[in-house]
Design a protein. Sequence first.
Length: 198
Amino acid sequence: MFNDSDFQVFDDQTLAGRMAGIRAEIDPKFEALAPLVIETLGYETPIYAHVAKHLRRHKNPPMNTWVAFSTNKRGYKMNPHLMIGFWDDRLFIWLASLAEAKERPQMTYRLEGMLPELAKLSPVYDISPNHMAKVSQQVSKAGLTQQLTHYKQVKQSDFLVGRQWLRGGRLFDDPKQVEQVILTTVSELRPFFSQLIR
């Protein structure tokens, strides 16, 4: 499972070097984690894991990498999904409805109904309007309401709620603990994921 040395793949500033590190060090762990996440979700509806391939990268190395879980076998960006991944300084888990969501009005309606329960999440949870940026804030009723309004009004915005763990934290001293925290977070986000994919 993940440990602090996994972040070192982002120390390589070349496309080839970073991609080699991602494929050798992180992707196999995503592949090993995927069945555990799918089992934790426990849906009768099939859930598919999509490990980021970064195929459109031809010059700049990827700033982050992830595995996404959705009900669509062919992709995930147009569907609500769970993302588990790395930036150079953090591990993250996001429950996401992206700008590309194909049923965006329906997603916003469902998210609106979920806001009271989302607001009850522990303060360790964060929200973010952009899956390709590190910007985030602690979950709160006001923040959730503001983010949903932004998601309704700004075509290129995302709606994310989840958790983040910074590089160098004691959590990464124990890979088994990392696995447990990830699966616990998946379990806590499961009811909201269920409402989005129903």
